[in-house]
Design a binder for this molecule. Structure first.
Ligand SMILES: Cc1cc2nc3c(=O)[nH]c(=O)nc-3n(C[C@H](O)[C@H](O)[C@H](O)COP(=O)(O)OP(=O)(O)OC[C@H]3O[C@@H](n4cnc5c(N)ncnc54)[C@H](O)[C@@H]3O)c2cc1C
Length: 446
């Protein structure tokens, strides 16, 4: 069988693997039973930034062909879906019926299997928790080729939730959706003049909103350090829509309109152009605007309007650095923002959010505290900066997000994830010979 070079969304560190379509349950079970010494891992839509869905020299199973909705209970809002179904497709099915996915990341182009494996979070984490809190059951193909039906009380549940595909292949899942009256959002936007102001606003009033996030201008320094724009909101009620929109309150048909240039002219993405962009973005936001009605896709997935936008960073790719630190460790956040601002890395995608309480996921990322996520093009000087921040994050009892990571050191991950030992015990029980593995698993000695 031929090999395919695979990368994550950040397009760093390509590795060759035998990429095989998942086929039926039986074909997949055969693949698992006959996996070679380099093992096997499932892959969804490849939106993890790093090497989680790569397996150099081994097998990678492409799950995206298994994308059917198997059952939709329109009364209860529960769906049984194949794990390769994208949240984009699920939304197109569910929204017109008055149901929304319980948690959506910043892109609709992730699969349900990928959402479970990373136990993804959205802007509503402080209210609804992570994705797996809304998963009622899933079928997991384990290393012995048997399918296990897994529920929240089972050891396999919280090992698989956030377990980055290392406990088996999720075949199907039952997900509880959220009821909505419309496909629009009611949104409040406000500007914050610096990091203190931003954090103060989030702390004081986040509880009033179902969804909350803040964009940070990561290049401004001095008095403006950490200035940003908060966008927070709720699902709009039918009565809040304009007369025209009320005719089709649940319409949902977002398009991918633009294609990003394959590569921007040399050096266009530098600290000066990005600083100018950030300035424009900040000024463009209203100082304060209440109750604006926006389409769902504008609020949740603005980047999905541009196909392949990850290519603008050029051939060296980019890193997304995301960490969470507990409340009380605000200094780590401040130090990080200062470090990025003074190093001048050209990041225009930087977001800050407050997480609510965590869950039982042994390798789940979200936990109560502040999470900062930013895209940074790979460049000289980036590695030492991130290594230094990793230490600060670990020292404060925080952690990095495995779905975004492509570069951390193994010993730090063990400090950041205190339940790693429990995860390994469950994995060893169901996969004693280590059939399920990936570049990420080897790099971080998971
Ligand atoms: C623009 C953008 C915005 C994002 N925003 C957020 C965000 O707001 N919040 C958030 O939490 N994440 C976010 N992410 C990350 C993304 O949600 C996760 O990486 C998610 O896991 C990607 O799903 P995927 O289907 O593309 O999986 P892949 O990237 O293909 O794989 C990711 C992991 O899932 C495993 N996996 C995939 N399918 C299965 C399966 N069927 N069974 C078992 N394991 C499986 C893989 O082995 C791998 O470990 C964002 C990513 C992008 C590109």
């Amino acid at each position: 069988m031929g090999t395919t070079m695979l990368t994550g969304w950040g397009r760093t560190a390509p590795t060759p693997a035998s990429l095989v379509p998942a086929g039926t349950d039986e074909q997949l079970a055969d693949l698992v039973r006959s996996a070679g010494p380099r093992g096997l891992v499932a892959r969804g839509l490849g939106r993890a930034y790093g090497d989680a869905a790569q397996n150099a020299g081994g097998t990678v199973v492409d799950m995206t062909g298994r994308d059917r909705v198997l059952h939709f209970d329109r009364e209860a809002g529960t769906v049984v879906v194949e794990a390769g179904l994208s949240l984009d497709r699920l939304m197109r099915e569910a929204i017109p019926l008055g149901w929304f996915v319980p948690v959506t990341p910043g892109t609709r182009f992730v699969t349900v299997g990928g959402a479970i494996a990373a136990d993804i979070h959205g802007k509503n984490h402080h209210v609804h928790g992570s994705f797996c809190r809304h998963v009622l059951e899933f079928d997991l193909l384990c290393a012995d080729g048997e399918v296990h039906s897994v529920r929240p009380g089972d050891d396999l549940f919280w090992a698989t939730a956030g377990g980055m595909g290392l406990t088996g292949v999720v075949l199907r899942a039952t997900v509880q959706l959220l009821p909505i009256e419309t496909s629009r959002m009611r949104v409040d936007t406000e500007r914050a003049t610096d990091l203190d102001d931003l954090m103060d606003r989030l702390t004081r009033t986040d509880d009033q909103y179902t969804y909350s996030v803040a964009w940070i201008d990561c290049l401004s320094t001095g008095r403006r350090l950490g200035r940003g724009v908060l966008t927070r909101g709720w699902h709009a009620k039918a009565a809040e829509l304009s007369t025209k929109d009320r005719a089709r309150p649940l319409a949902f048909d977002p398009r991918v309109r633009l294609a990003a240039p394959r590569r921007l002219p040399g050096g266009l993405l530098n600290r000066y152009t990005v600083a100018a962009f950030n300035e424009m973005w900040y000024r463009k936001a209203p100082r304060e605007r209440r109750d604006e009605i926006q389409p769902l896709a504008t609020f949740f997935h603005p980047l999905d309007g541009v196909a392949d936008w990850n290519r603008v960073y050029g051939p060296r790719g980019f890193v997304q650095y995301q960490f969470v630190v507990p409340f009380g460790a605000e200094e780590v956040l401040r130090t990080s923002v200062e470090a990025f601002a003074s190093a001048g890395h050209a990041s225009f995608l930087a977001v800050l959010k407050r997480f609510g309480a965590g869950n039982d996921g042994m390798l789940s990322f979200p936990d109560a505290g502040w999470t900062l996520a930013l895209d940074v093009p790979v460049s000289a000087g980036l590695s030492p900066l991130l290594d230094r921040l990793d230490e600060l994050v670990a020292g404060a009892g925080g952690r990095l997000y495995l779905a975004k990571d492509s570069r951390a050191r193994a010993e730090l991950i063990a400090r950041m994830y205190p339940r790693l030992g429990r995860f390994r015990a469950v994995r060893d029980k169901y996969d004693p010979t280590g059939v399920f593995t990936s570049d990420l698993a080897r790099r971080l000695a998971l």
